[in-house]
Design a protein around this ligand. Structure first.
Ligand SMILES: C[S@@+](CC[C@H](N)C(=O)[O-])C[C@H]1O[C@@H](n2cnc3c(N)ncnc32)[C@H](O)[C@@H]1O
Length: 416
């Protein structure tokens, strides 16, 4: 496609995404479905530009205040992440001059907010948890793209063998999860034989560590209470060596539907996906006191995944978080009832916010003296190298700038 119409399409996409009323990834996919004329390199350029814009939205909007023409076009020119020749060939002279002048601006001279590109309420919450220098490192890491992590399905393959087979992609073992492989590029996996035969799945290392913390064993009765599309379910099912019973509960039938093809590839037959109406559903009550392990991967603000989903920082709000917290606690309370004495409960989120993490865990502990806190470092020791690096006050606390995975929190208890 000629650079001029390509830049026009980019501006249309950006205008749609910046309404911030739907997840960016869904809007980008829908846009590509509507514009089948776009080739793969053009799609890549449009998607990367959209994400670059969302990552540094405050900076680009500040720089785009001057200039002329539609705001979306100026934003696209500033954040353009496709081939530079498109900007050369697709813009007017005055636009190129304007862009060159913007590029002369010393970004270090701008207000910290324009460097961090975080809404105040998120920056304030993170400042409370981290010393200033660490906040800077976190903010910088949240502006970067994430690598692609894979989990080797140990039912079907060994990590060393997969690493050897994928050598040409510059793969590395993940530093903590014994099942993980990290890729730096973004190859399209769907046609890879290892993907099609279920030997590998896409899963962030942090998410793998949550499954390791639950440590589900052969023959046990286990529930993944908020299973969604089953990222953790699949890891748990493989850890159970395809034995026992693993319930995958979720209120979203659509998400559980997305689990089905993944389950088929995985070769697991110990998983029982069940759509529930809510966390006090009758089907849950019938299992009270019967399970060995329960994972609650609670619905959350998702702010630990900003490297992948930078739109979340603009689409979340303090009000939304305030509404999430009681829901998280209610789900955790109901899920806890499933456990038999001696059983293990893990509460997890992919949020960085204390309110959704330590706050919910503390409220649960205050109301449930029958659950004894377990130290995550002890639970991971023997499974994960340097487990103590991942743990703060006995709880798993994964940070993108420290551990190079998504931000995750997890607390574990034993029913006494
Ligand atoms: C963080 S996502 C789960 C991601 C999933 N565990 C994975 O690894 O791919 C949270 C899930 O909780 C589900 N959910 C929300 N409210 C729920 C409830 N009351 N009971 C069970 N699941 C719920 C949502 O539909 C969503 O799929």
């Amino acid at each position: 496609m000629h650079p001029k119409p390509l830049l026009q399409l980019a501006a249309q996409l950006v205008q749609r995404v910046l309404k911030l009323d739907q997840p960016a990834d869904a809007l980008v996919s829908a846009f590509f479905r509507d514009h089948r004329e776009l080739g793969s390199r053009e799609r890549h350029a449009l998607a990367e530009t959209t994400y670059a814009l969302l990552r540094r939205r405050l900076l680009w909007q500040h720089l785009a205040q001057s200039g002329s023409g539609p705001m979306e076009r100026r934003l696209v020119l500033l954040a353009w992440a496709g081939e530079p020749r498109v900007l050369e060939a697709g813009t007017e002279v005055h636009e190129r001059d304007w862009l060159a002048a913007r590029r002369q601006i010393d970004l270090d001279s701008l207000a910290p907010k324009l460097r961090h590109n975080l809404p105040d309420w998120i920056a304030d919450a993170l400042h409370k948890q981290l010393p200033p220098e660490e906040f800077e490192r976190l903010a910088t890491s949240l502006l970067e793209g994430a690598p692609l992590d894979l989990r080797v399905n140990t039912l079907k393959a060994k990590r060393d063998a997969v690493l050897a087979e994928l050598q040409e992609f510059g793969v590395q073992p993940t530093p903590y999860s014994p099942w993980g492989i990290r890729l730096q590029g973004k190859p399209s996996l769907s046609q890879w034989p290892l993907f099609k035969d279920g030997s590998i799945e896409v899963q962030d290392e942090g998410s793998q560590l949550l499954a390791l913390l639950l440590d589900a064993k052969r023959g046990e009765m286990v529930a993944d209470f908020c299973a969604g599309a089953g990222g953790k379910t699949l890891a748990l099912g493989a850890a159970m060596r395809n034995t026992g019973r693993l319930y995958a509960f979720d209120i979203s039938g659509h998400r559980l539907d997305n689990l089905r093809p993944r389950l088929a590839r995985s070769g697991l037959s110990n998983v029982y996906p069940i759509q529930i109406a809510h966390e006090r559903d009758e089907r849950i009550k019938r299992l009270s006191g019967k399970l060995d392990r329960v994972l609650v991967d609670a619905p959350c603000s998702g702010l630990g995944t900003l490297r992948r989903n930078p739109d979340m920082k603009w689409r979340q709000s303090p009000q939304a978080v305030a509404e999430l917290v009681p829901r998280q606690l209610a789900i955790l309370q109901s899920a806890a009832r499933l456990l038999k004495p001696g059983g293990r409960l893990v509460y997890a989120t992919c949020s960085l916010l204390e309110a959704e993490n330590e706050g919910v865990a503390a409220a649960f502990e205050a109301q449930n003296p029958g659950f004894a806190k377990l130290d995550a470092a002890d639970l991971l020791a023997g499974q994960v190298p340097r487990a103590s690096e991942l743990v703060h006050n006995g709880q798993l606390r994964l940070w993108p700038h420290r551990h190079h995975c998504d931000g995750f929190f997890a607390a574990a208890w034993q029913r006494t």
